[in-house]
Write a protein that binds this ligand. Structure first.
Ligand code: 4GX
Length: 222
């Protein structure tokens, strides 16, 4: 998969996308990414990309032309997604759907938003949640992370098994490691039985109990 990020802040990406599983995915040739800066497409000598809103009011609005030119410089074909609190909610289902694409363009807005007319160059609008970020960059990286880890071959076998649980509609079962007693708290004894059926059964029940307690909304949806 290739992801092009359209952003005024390209320096934000390498520290996140270069680390851990996403960094390894790039080394394996399973994920490549690049940034396109709308500032490079500004028509003005000061490389201006924002302006005051028509009708007045506080803040600045991203101008349509530099943003459109940046998106179009990537070429025709890939799905173009704009990150904004006004978008459809991004979730695990959407991540699985996007992981089947060969290319994506993730567009990061700043300021009070973008000139409404430029929305016509985007295919869809996604939100990572009901809160306001400073810009779309963190949202775009959240989407990239959740999508890339679903590409076959990106996760190692043991890492993959771990993330099956969300698809099942339940939360993960609780995990424990050494020591067996920590500050007087013991690890559930079923996990030491050596009986794999008994362990699997305990984990199924514990996952259901955790889901009922922490996220009852997931149970009613399933
Ligand atoms: N999930 N932001 C977009 C600029 C903006 C402001 C108003 C359109 C209208 C966000 C989120 C998010 C911050 C990205 C504001 N665009 N993106 N940006 N929540 O908060 O995706």
């Amino acid at each position: 998969m290739r992801i092009d990020f359209v952003t005024l802040f390209p320096e934000m990406f390498e520290p996140v996308l270069g680390a851990s599983i996403l960094g390894r995915a790039r080394e394996k040739g399973l994920f490549e990414w690049a940034c396109v800066n709308p500032r490079d497409f500004s028509e003005d000598k000061h490389r201006k990309v924002d302006d005051r809103p028509f009708g007045g009011g506080p803040g600045m609005v991203m101008m349509a032309e530099p943003l459109a030119k940046a998106v179009e410089s990537v070429g025709k074909g890939p799905r173009v997604i704009f990150l904004s609190p006004q978008g459809e909610r991004f979730d695990d289902r959407k991540a699985a759907e996007l992981a089947r694409e060969e290319r994506l363009v993730l567009v990061c807005g700043h300021y009070e938003g973008v000139d409404e007319r430029v929305m016509s160059v985007f295919d869809e609008e996604l939100s990572i949640g009901d809160y306001v970020l400073t810009g779309g960059e963190l949202a775009a990286m959240v989407v990239a992370d959740a999508v890339v880890r679903r590409i076959p071959g990106v996760l190692k076998k043991d890492e993959a098994a771990e993330s099956e649980s969300f698809a099942s509609g339940l939360l993960d079962f609780p995990q424990y490691t050494r020591p067996r007693v920590w500050r007087g708290r013991e690890v559930p004894e079923q996990l030491f039985s050596g009986d794999h059926k008994k362990i699997a059964e305990w984990r199924r029940k514990a996952a259901r109990a955790a889901t009922r307690r922490k996220r009852p909304d997931l149970l009613s949806r399933a």
